[in-house]
Design a protein around this ligand. Structure first.
Ligand code: NDP
Length: 303
């Protein structure tokens, strides 16, 4: 299959790039992965997407609407993961388990994935009470006690969401400075089911041998004292890392985010948009805006 434009990633950045390139009659192919929609699929209500109902829109509904718009104007979709990308040939070669696709131009919108603490016990108990997605797993913790790790907006959102199910939520931040916005932090602090703990890190999650979460061993970073906090589930919400392993030849920053000028990467004809190249704003609306930029750049480059 040969395409003018291939877009890898089906979150708000990729789907907006698809909408624009489809309207430009470029018949783009979006390789959206087995799990399409990006991080908006892992969130609940999006309250800061302009122009929708005042109370917001569900993340999954927003994705479905942008996808339908792109499809309406002629975008094609492939629900597989990309296994290999060769940018040394022209057209570029992109492989999935079932297809080899040749692309004159490429838009990368592979987003970012959840980060983990890196503890052995965390790894051993992932799927057994340790999770990075409250929307996906929160319902398993009805009337249970859960711990959320992190001090950013994601952690606040996860903690608030989990109060729907859990009897109590402990929120752990490693310092007394929070990355979260004041409004989200206050919502968490004021919630009767949430206790906010400051200056604590998790040394271990118990109980690996029993293959279930029974508590976390906390260490106070000021006093070095440790204590066990009993809980039935642990949600890690400490940020994300960009999904750039498929692109070893593209220029990246020290964390791994693609470096772009506008939407251009260091390879002619390859553009990037959304969280894969944005370590600063990381919002659905900025991802969509950068998707538009990538589409316009690709269109001009193809001309
Ligand atoms: P952030 O980078 O904003 O926050 C990460 C948090 O995790 C920080 O508190 C950080 O602590 C902590 N952390 C990082 N590594 C560790 C570790 N190893 N152990 C313990 N704690 C750790 O990431 P988020 O995912 O929260 O947010 C990303 C972006 O998405 C932000 O721009 C945010 O505003 C946005 N967002 C917006 C939402 C909304 O508006 N509804 C919802 C969710 C996210 P430290 O400060 O010490 O580094």
């Amino acid at each position: 299959m040969e395409k003018e434009v291939v877009i890898i990633g089906g979150g708000p950045a990729g789907l907006t790039a698809a909408l624009y390139t489809a309207r430009a009659q470029l018949n783009p192919l979006v390789i959206e992965g087995y799990q399409s929609g990006g991080q908006l699929m892992l969130t609940t209500m999006v309250e800061n997407w302009p122009g929708v109902e005042v109370e917001g829109i569900m993340g999954s509904d927003l994705v479905a609407k942008i996808r339908a718009q792109a499809e309406h104007f002629g975008a094609d979709f492939l629900s597989e993961d990309v296994t290999e990308v060769d940018l040394s040939q022209r057209p570029f070669v992109i492989k999935t388990p079932s297809q080899t696709i040749h692309a004159k131009s490429l838009i990368i919108s592979t987003g970012a994935s959840a980060k983990w603490l890196g503890l052995e016990s965390e790894k051993a108990l992932t799927g057994y009470g340790v999770s990075s997605c409250a929307t996906c797993d929160g319902a398993f913790f009805k009337d249970k006690v859960v711990t959320v790790i992190g001090g950013g907006d994601s952690a606040m959102e996860e903690a608030i969401f989990l109060t729907r199910f859990a009897s109590h939520v402990h929120l752990l931040n490693r310092s007394d400075k929070f990355k979260a916005s004041v409004i989200m932090l206050n919502r968490a602090r004021e919630h009767e089911k949430i206790t906010v703990h400051e200056n604590v890190v998790v040394d271990r999650i118990n109980d690996v041998e029993a293959k279930k979460v029974t508590g976390v061993v906390l260490r106070n970073t000021k006093t070095d004292e440790t204590q066990e906090l009993a809980c039935d589930g642990v949600f890690v919400a400490i940020g994300h890392k960009p999904n750039t392993d498929l692109f070893p030849t593209l220029e990246k920053d020290e964390v791994g985010y693609l470096i772009t000028q506008g939407a251009k990467t260091n390879v002619d004809g390859v553009f990037a948009c959304g969280d894969v190249q944005d370590s600063k704003y990381r919002q659905a609306i900025t991802a969509a805006g950068s998707g538009c930029m990538a589409a316009l750049e690709a269109e001009r480059w193809l001309e």
